[in-house]
Ligand binder design. Structure first.
Ligand SMILES: [Zn+2]
Length: 221
C-alpha cells in the first residue's frame, strides 16, 4: 500500500513536470527557504507583519500562479486547526505555493494527516513542520465540556475529542486556564509524536500558539 502510494505520488510529480510548457514561467523563479531555520524565520517574520497590520500579501499574483503551475516547492508544513480565525497563509503573510497546510479541528493526528505530512516532508522535501494551536479553540472547549459533564460526544466529533482528552487530563489539576493548558499540552504532544515518527526524520518540527487577540504566534517550549 505504501509503495503504491509512493509510486502514485512520484508518477504524479513526474507527469506534472513533463507536462510543464517551457514558456509557462514568467518572472524570477521562487526561492523558498531551504533550511528549517530559514523557514521558521520566514514564518515568524511574516507573522510579525500580520500582527502589526502591515502584511505584504506576497505571492498571490497570476504570475505566481503560472510560475507554480508545473511544480510546487512549499517551505513549511503547517498542522493547524480549521478555525476560521487562524488561516495560515494570512497569519504568516505567505502566498500561493508557500505553505502546505493540513487543518483539522483541534489539529489532531490521524492517518490522513500523517500521510499528508509525509507527502510534504518526503515527496516535496519540506524542511519544517509547524504544529499551530490557538487560544479559545472550539475542539478543546468541546473536550473539556465532555470531561466536565460526561455527556456523550456526537458522531464524528468523537475522534477529535478522543485525541485531545489525554492533554486535558494531564493538565486538569494545574492552576489557571484549563483550556489554555490543554491547548498547549496537546500541541506539544502532536509535535512530539511527529518528531518521534521515523517517517518524518528529515524535518525539523516545532509547535506554536496563535493569539487571537494580538495575532502573534509564539513557539511553545
Ligand atoms: Zn481550534
Amino acid at each position: 500500500m505504501a509503495s503504491n502510494r509512493r509510486a502514485f505520488l512520484t508518477a504524479t510529480a513526474v507527469t506534472a513536470l513533463a507536462a510543464a510548457p517551457a514558456t509557462a514561467a514568467p518572472g524570477p523563479r521562487p526561492r523558498p527557504p531551504v533550511t528549517a531555520r530559514a523557514a521558521l524565520d520566514a514564518l515568524l517574520a511574516g507573522n510579525r507583519r500580520y500582527a502589526a497590520d502591515h502584511p505584504r500579501h506576497p505571492h498571490d499574483s497570476a504570475g505566481r500562479r503560472h510560475l507554480l503551475a508545473a511544480a510546487q516547492h512549499p517551505f513549511a508544513v503547517i498542522v493547524g486547526c480549521v478555525d476560521s480565525r487562524v488561516p495560515p497563509e494570512l497569519v504568516f503573510d505567505q502566498g500561493i505555493g508557500d505553505l502546505l497546510c493540513i487543518r483539522t479541528a483541534g489539529q489532531v493526528l490521524d492517518e490522513a494527516v500523517l500521510g499528508s505530512i509525509q507527502y510534504g516532508v518526503e515527496e516535496l522535501g519540506v524542511p519544517l513542520v509547524l504544529v499551530l494551536g490557538h487560544e479559545r479553540c472550539g475542539a478543546v472547549a468541546a473536550t473539556l465540556e465532555h470531561l466536565r459533564t460526561g455527556a456523550p460526544v456526537p458522531g464524528h466529533l468523537e475522534l477529535l475529542v478522543d485525541e485531545i482528552v489525554p492533554a486535558a487530563r494531564r493538565t486538569r489539576a494545574l492552576p489557571g486556564d484549563w483550556a489554555e493548558h490543554t491547548m498547549r499540552a496537546h500541541a506539544a504532544w502532536v509535535r512530539d509524536a511527529i518528531r518521534a515518527d521515523p517517517s518524518f526524520g528529515a524535518a525539523h518540527v516545532e509547535a506554536a500558539r496563535f493569539d487571537l487577540d494580538t495575532g502573534r504566534v509564539s513557539l511553545l517550549p
